[in-house]
Design a protein around this ligand. Structure first.
Ligand SMILES: [Zn+2]
Length: 71
């Protein structure tokens, strides 16, 4: 195997590794409070009452804030 073939082989391996890392890195679930929007949780009755973390409650009616699936 000559030098050019080594470069092609190593380049291909590096490209495959980078692609796998890219896709699997993006599929890995993010930490709960790190990658979420600032208004991920909202009151069902008062949607403008929001919280970035789970376990909060509405400041108007006291209901538990629920996760909003639609962005
Ligand atoms: Zn409420």
């Amino acid at each position: 195997m000559d030098t050019a073939q080594w470069f092609v082989t190593l380049g291909g391996i590096a490209l495959i590794a980078l692609t796998l890392w890219f896709f699997f890195g993006k599929r890995k679930p993010a930490p709960p409070a790190a990658g979420e929007a600032a208004d991920s949780y909202a009151c069902p009755m008062h949607p403008w009452i929001t919280s970035p973390v789970a376990g909060g409650s509405c400041s108007i009616c006291g209901m538990a804030l629920v996760r909003r699936d639609q962005p």
